[in-house]
Ligand binder design. Structure first.
Ligand SMILES: Nc1ncnc2c1ncn2[C@@H]1O[C@H](COP(=O)(O)OP(=O)(O)OP(=O)(O)O)[C@@H](O)[C@H]1O
Ligand SMILES: [Mg+2]
Length: 353
């Protein structure tokens, strides 16, 4: 029996839904699938801010519309969270059966968290085993998501008449959708530059090692251009798409150009800091490649700017690395979005544990 899974990405600019079918021996964990459904619906500005749902009703309505216009085969969806309030840290814990380990998490990790464990949903994803001084240790990623963030997501889904079956971490989904055998053999930094959130996930051997969720993105560039040129955000969004970092521009646009360069540089500095932090904590582990996705990554000149500043190979990600595109999915919906859909597709690849 073919297994079908629906991933739902709630971004600041739109909701995106992807349905993936896994048939034969292919499983979501290791195999590839077929993208059999896709829909996107724009969100009014301000309804989602930096990964937090502000207006549950508006988001619910957009999701409902996305589902109404397409024939998805179920109402069960995999969703993800990834605001700056979500804490993700690599930790070592004494090896225990997973269910016992999960129950013991609140006691083991309280001092590592900026919030009370009562206010967070905690999970742990083992990535490696190692010998400790007296016991075996499990190395893995601790995820602590504020309950308030998760419940807003669940409310929006329920408002749309759907049922969430899995709440994932967006960063894991990003990595999962793009992980090929070639990338699995390297240390890779996946960087998704959205409108209000930039997500960095560094993977070694296909396993996550560092996740950072930064509260900046393409919208900050737009807002800076709007202020500098005294134009609306809508106009500024169009203007910036025609600007290239570091290029010569007409004097009338110089202030806008300077705003693009300054905001991109500050975003880039935050991204680079995560790379420096990783190298500092993992001596000898060199990041070999940077893979960029998200609408914000399309800012003309950004790829070259990052590559020349950090002297690493930078490429655009491929959201469809693990799927073939089904015949019923209208191609025009996907054109130009190769580097913009790793989230909904990666969420569909998620396996509840
Ligand atoms: N061609 C382009 N050039 C420059 N910027 C672009 C381009 N296309 C999209 N963007 C910018 O990308 C951003 C939207 O990116 P994306 O669709 O990945 O965000 P999102 O997933 O909706 O939001 P978030 O991930 O922050 O919740 C906007 O700021 C938009 O201005
Ligand atoms: Mg996004």
């Amino acid at each position: 029996m073919a297994v079908r899974r629906i991933g739902l990405d709630i971004g600041a600019t739109e909701v995106r839904v992807a349905e993936v079918e896994f048939s034969g021996k292919s499983t979501p964990a290791t195999g590839s699938g077929t993208l059999i459904g896709f829909a996107a619906e724009k969100l009014p500005r301000g309804t989602v801010q930096a990964g937090e749902i502000v207006d549950v009703t508006a988001v619910g309505t957009a999701i409902k519309k996305a589902f109404a216009g397409s024939s998805f085969s179920s109402k069960e969806v995999h969703i993800g969270v990834g605001s700056a309030g979500v804490v993700v840290r690599e930790i070592d814990l004494p090896e225990l059966p997973m269910n016992q380990l999960r129950t013991s998490l609140p006691f083991q990790v309280q001092e590592l968290l900026p919030m009370s464990t009562d206010e967070a949903l905690l999970d742990f994803f083992p990535t490696a085993e190692r010998e400790g001084e007296s016991t075996k240790l499990l190395r893995g990623m601790l995820v602590a998501a504020p309950k308030a963030t998760v419940s807003q997501h669940i409310l929006a889904i329920e408002n749309a008449g759907l049922r969430p079956v899995m709440v994932d971490l967006n960063a894991f989904a990003l990595m999962r959708a793009q992980m090929t055998d070639e990338l699995r053999s390297k240390i890779v930094a996946f960087v998704d530059i959205g409108a209000r959130v930039t997500t960095v996930i560094i993977a070694n051997g296909g396993m996550p090692r560092l996740v950072r969720i930064l509260p900046n993105g393409g919208q900050d560039v737009t807002d800076a251009v709007a202020t500098a040129l005294r134009i609306s955000a809508q106009e500024a969004d169009d203007v910036k798409r025609n600007m290239s970092i570091g290029a010569q521009v007409h004097p009338d646009f110089q202030a806008g150009q300077d705003a693009v360069t300054a905001t991109s540089r500050s975003l880039f500095d935050s991204i680079r800091n995560t790379f420096v932090y990783y190298s500092g904590n993992n001596p000898g582990e060199q990041i070999a490649q940077v893979v960029i996705t998200g609408g914000g990554s399309h800012l003309p000149g950004l790829g070259q700017f990052i590559a020349s500043s950090i002297r690493l190979s930078v490429s655009y990600g491929n959201s469809f690395a693990r799927v073939t595109i089904g015949k019923k999915v209208p191609r025009e919906l996907l054109t130009g979005r190769e580097a913009q859909l790793p989230l909904p597709i990666g969420l569909a690849f998620g396996e509840a544990s």
